[in-house]
Ligand binder design. Structure first.
Ligand SMILES: *[C@@H]1O[C@H](CO)[C@@H](O)[C@H](O)[C@H]1NC(C)=O
Ligand SMILES: *[C@@H]1O[C@H](CO)[C@@H](O)[C@H](O)[C@H]1NC(C)=O
Ligand SMILES: *[C@@H]1O[C@H](CO)[C@@H](O)[C@H](O)[C@H]1NC(C)=O
Ligand SMILES: *[C@@H]1O[C@H](CO)[C@@H](O)[C@H](O)[C@H]1NC(C)=O
Ligand SMILES: *[C@@H]1O[C@H](CO)[C@@H](O)[C@H](O)[C@H]1NC(C)=O
Length: 296
């Protein structure tokens, strides 16, 4: 073997050892995800794996933007209320087809909780940031992290995700805050759509209304005229006038990376990735001031 080829081979090995990457965007029972491993979506926009938020040492499974930010930007956390305290966690598929997180004692810490009989399934991280569990025999979707309404609320909205109220199932899909930047367990603030006469976006602190958007008028929330311009032009509210209404957004063909999230102190924020600073900038946030608040 030539020196050059040995060198190339060495480079390859170094890459494989240090990246800890799962070769594909798919999780199967024979290709589970260990604590040290990361699954990347096909276009490398998102990644999935174990992480520790902020100053915490706890381990959580999250879907994160694949960006060089100082701290991982998790947009969805599976075991948000049940951390693992060491690096023995495993994300895999159980014999009944559920996506599960096991701890070192092989106890189930979290499960996608589909109540189905035995199924061979695979989970795939899509480039939209949606984690999709499918029946391998027919490709049918059994569960997805974008599920609407969901049992596993997150604090962030990505494109194509829905936040709102669905009368047919009598459920409200809410954003639920983290307790603190170090702790993704469910905090006191939530955000969603409420239908009175006209749909409005609300933020609640526990059960008390904390902020509301003012009614939606076909293109914007009336009280938020700035929504007509700049980044937020892709926000839409879909209502069937029969008790179902949800908000969603699209980036269109814009080059920026943008998402919305409700931070742990109840601020609903629009964030755009700033490549030069390698960090997120908040381009819009509500409530804007004390006098915006519902009960003051
Ligand atoms: C970590 O979690 C395991 C399983 O829940 C438990 O048995 C163990 O005592 C914990 N260790 C520490 C240091 O808290
Ligand atoms: C799942 O796949 C395995 C291996 O391909 C096969 O032996 C088994 O019968 C399948 N189980 C079901 C329920 O389809
Ligand atoms: C929907 O939820 C409300 C409030 O919890 C309840 O009063 C009502 O009976 C529910 N309706 C249906 C169809 O389940
Ligand atoms: C949120 O509500 C709790 C009580 O439920 C209260 O103690 C806290 O001060 C409220 N936070 C804000 C920012 O209003
Ligand atoms: C949430 O966002 C608001 C407004 O940008 C900011 O003042 C606050 O410090 C943030 N909270 C946390 C915990 O970062």
């Amino acid at each position: 073997m030539s020196l050059y080829r040995s060198f190339l081979l060495l480079l390859c090995c170094v890459y494989v050892v240090f990246s800890g990457a799962n070769a594909s965007d798919t999780i199967t029972s024979s290709e589970p995800v260990r604590d040290s491993e990361t699954v990347f979506s096909s276009g490398k926009t998102f990644k999935l794996g174990f992480f520790s938020p902020g100053n915490s040492a706890n381990r959580y499974v999250g879907i994160m933007f694949n960006l060089p930010s100082p701290t991982p930007t998790a947009v969805w956390v599976a075991n948000r209320d049940k951390p693992i305290n060491d690096s023995s966690g495993l994300l895999t598929l159980s014999e009944d087809g559920n996506l599960v997180i096991l701890n070192g004692q092989k106890e189930i810490i979290w499960s996608s909780s589909i109540s189905n009989s035995m199924k061979n399934s695979t989970a795939q991280l899509l480039d939209t940031g949606n984690l999709v569990l499918k029946d391998s025999s027919n490709g049918k979707v059994l569960w997805e992290s974008f599920q609407y309404p969901t049992k596993y609320p997150t604090d962030s909205i990505l494109q194509l995700m829905k936040m709102g109220i669905d009368k047919s199932t009598n459920t409200t899909a809410l954003l639920k805050t983290w307790r603190s930047p170090d702790d993704p367990s469910v905090g006191s603030f939530s955000a969603g759509i409420q239908l009175q006469y006209i749909p409005q976006a609300f933020i609640w602190n526990n059960t008390a209304p904390y902020w509301r958007s003012s009614p939606w008028d076909k293109q914007i929330y009336i009280g938020l005229p700035e929504m007509k311009s700049s980044y937020h032009s892709g926000v839409d509210l879909v209502s069937d006038n029969a008790g179902t209404a949800y908000q969603t957004y699209s980036n269109g063909n814009h080059p920026w990376i943008l998402y919305y999230s409700l931070n742990s102190t109840g601020s609903y924020q629009e964030k755009v990735w700033d490549q030069s600073k390698k960090d997120w900038m908040v381009t819009w946030a509500n409530p804007r001031s004390e006098c915006d608040l519902y009960v003051k």
